[in-house]
Design a protein around this ligand. Sequence first.
Ligand code: NAP
Length: 300
Amino acid sequence: MISTGTQLRADAGSTGRLVDGRRVARTVREEVAAGTARFHAETGRRPGLATVLIGDDPASEVYVRNKRKSCVAAGMLDLHRHLPAEATQAEAEALVDSLAADPAVDGILVQLPLPAHLDAGRLVARIPAEKDVDGLTTVNAGLLAQGRPGLRPCTPAGVIRLLDEYEVDLRGAEAVVVGRSDLVGRPMAQLLLGRDATVTIAHSRTADLAAVCRRADVLVVAAGVPGLVGADAIRPGATVIDVGIHRDGNGLRGDVDFDAAVGIAGLITPVPGGVGPMTIAMLLSNTLAAARGRAGRDVG
Ligand code: NAP
């Protein structure tokens, strides 16, 4: 068990254990596949996930293809829809409305970013909260803010699952989240708060980011700046979760300077192979939860 406070400080100087996100994601996918089979046996239908891709952004195409493949591998229905880059706001909204009304669709995921002429906020707002498997609607964000059940954004939910798998004790822990986006930072902070951590949110206007980060027993970095967090920002023995993903000439790297951090942290996520694999696994988990919720069954 990784615990907070004195034990973490006693761990100073040890080399960080690595979080194996691929292993945990595989476990989640197996759980979802088993839950999906049970759901099918109970209801006679399979959970359906509608990914919506608008345009031909190559990175988005790869993300959506992986989501669709994982959905089928878990035994769910792939109800993908694609609109051309020239689609109008009205056409995009009509598509989301038709998926909202379709009883075979349990989850709707609009792949972002959208082509520049489309308003993502207005489109996402049309997704019914019970089909919002990305957890991005105002209703689900509000439920999370109030600590009430709802669909949670996949990446922060995946971080919590990783912390649980590695038995990181969050109650009373000093948690620092770097980043305050609707997709990662804010929901991450809310989830940590819900687990009784003492949470600080840092952002681009934070004075002395390194000093704030050094307070953390659990440091989650989602700033979108390669190598932003270095050795001077990490308390010895801390748990360091790197959400950032950046592709450069040498492959993928994160927001944390991994080589500098690994000798100081007690537990750390690599990039790749840390948080990244969890996002799709939690999307599948949310889709099953949405299907169970719509079928009037307990989530789980
Ligand atoms: P985002 O919307 O660009 O938000 C970045 C946040 O970081 C903002 O709140 C920003 O502060 C803050 N920030 C930027 N520069 C900073 C600095 N120098 N010091 C402190 N804070 C700073 O990004 P996002 O969508 O949250 O994503 C963050 C990173 O995670 C990206 O690298 C993204 O690719 C990655 N990501 C990974 C996954 C995954 O599956 N692993 C999923 C989603 C995102 P302000 O609010 O003040 O501007």
